[in-house]
Design a protein around this ligand. Structure first.
Ligand code: AHM
Ligand code: MG
Length: 367
């Protein structure tokens, strides 16, 4: 009898040994653990990141329901760039503002959807140490076609001491970013962020509403074989970009060219794919829009911070994106980002074929 019991026990032990146990790490656990790497941290940034993650989950819920409820379509108002706002843009903007205002760690934000800085007027928020630049729903023209869209955010320590956050608090170069990240609302929803110590990605488990670490220490490959650019603008591109595109399309066994072209037209989705698979994203200045289309504060800088932390590069064709001193909230900048070697090659073409663009942008169409 005793022997039978002993055998059963050993059998049980053996079967247990064969089961590999995985510990799921949640975003909250991860951020708290990482806080200890900053000796003077008191948890404010941790709380701020959690507020952003919570807002993202709520926005994600609405996006998923977009086809079901009457939430698609335009609200009728236009944002300061003169673009028609979608209902979900407005919803996402309101949600992030509400969470950041209520959280008390952020004293002001700059949003793509608001012309001016929004300074939070309440006793707690005015003591907040941080400011946030955010594009609440980037690529929203893709909503109707069920294509991935995203949220992009950038966090800075405020310059002013206390009181209402100011424009100067937000007009900081990207090198001052304390943290940056994006949320991609795709076939699954992911939050990818950096605080300057690598890049980590978390996938939302929709059944329990928790972001779980799924892509630890994300890195760009040294070089890649994908390029992403809106080639419909080809005729307006500077010579350097035109020649670089032709280089990418040439046949060359050593560098495995020609490369593959992939363009969704949704920055977060294009960048995310390239980060995972190895590719360069370009939105250069054009004859129509000499500074390109993307906004420095809440599109280029956060993406640049992530790119650099993942071992890649982000450039305006000549200069490091994160060193550009912003002059206005919604200013645009050309963006070339991806694996270091690919970006350097594009820069080489810009220097060789469009050197004047470094200091004087291309003449616009009207000139
Ligand atoms: P948006 O902020 O109005 O959504 O525009 C930004 C988007 C980016 O996500 C994307 O990279 C780019 O616009 C695509 O522009 P285009 O359609 O000119 O290629
Ligand atoms: Mg945008």
């Amino acid at each position: 009898m005793l022997k039978r019991k002993k055998n059963a026990y050993l059998q049980h032990q053996n079967s247990n040994a064969m089961v590999t146990r995985y510990k799921i790490k949640t975003l909250t656990e991860f951020v708290i653990e990482r806080q200890s790497e900053y000796p003077h941290a008191k948890g404010a940034l941790t709380r701020l990141l959690n507020d952003i993650a919570t807002a993202a989950k709520i926005v994600n819920r609405e996006i998923n329901a977009a086809g079901l409820v009457d939430i698609l379509g335009t609200v009728g108002s236009t944002n300061i760039q003169g673009e028609t706002q979608k209902k979900l843009d407005v919803y996402a903007n309101d949600m992030f503002i509400t969470m950041l205002k209520g959280g008390g760690e952020c004293c002001a934000i700059a949003s793509e959807e608001n012309e001016k800085v929004i300074s939070f007027q309440n006793n707690i928020a005015e003591l907040g140490k941080y400011v946030v630049a955010i594009d609440p729903l980037d690529g929203s023209s893709n909503i109707e076609s069920n294509v991935s869209i995203g949220t992009i955010f950038s966090i800075y320590r405020r310059k002013s001491e206390i009181g209402l956050g100011t424009l100067e608090d937000l007009l900081q170069p990207g090198v001052n970013q304390v943290a940056a990240g994006y949320i991609i609302y795709g076939s699954s929803t992911m939050l990818v962020y950096t605080t300057g110590k690598g890049v980590n990605g978390f996938t939302l488990d929709p059944s329990v509403g928790i972001f779980c670490l799924s892509h630890p220490d994300m890195k760009f490959t040294e070089t890649g074989n994908i390029y992403s650019i809106n080639e419909g603008n080809y005729v307006y591109f500077p010579e350097g970009i035109k020649k670089y595109i032709k280089y990418l399309q040439e046949e060359d066994k050593c560098t495995l060219r020609p490369y593959t072209s992939r363009y969704i037209g949704s920055l977060v989705a294009d960048f995310h794919r390239n980060l995972i698979k190895g590719g360069i994203f370009l939105y250069p200045g054009t004859r129509k829009n000499p500074s390109g289309k993307l906004r420095l504060l809440y599109e280029c800088n956060p993406i640049a911070f992530i790119a650099e932390q993942a071992g890649g590069k982000a450039s305006d064709g000549f200069n490091r994106i994160m060193e550009i001193q912003p002059k206005t909230l919604h200013q645009r900048a050309p963006l070339i980002t991806g694996p270091r070697k690919m970006v350097e090659k594009a820069e080489e073409y810009m220097r060789n074929f469009s050197p004047k663009m470094e200091h004087s942008p291309m003449p616009t169409e009207e000139e």
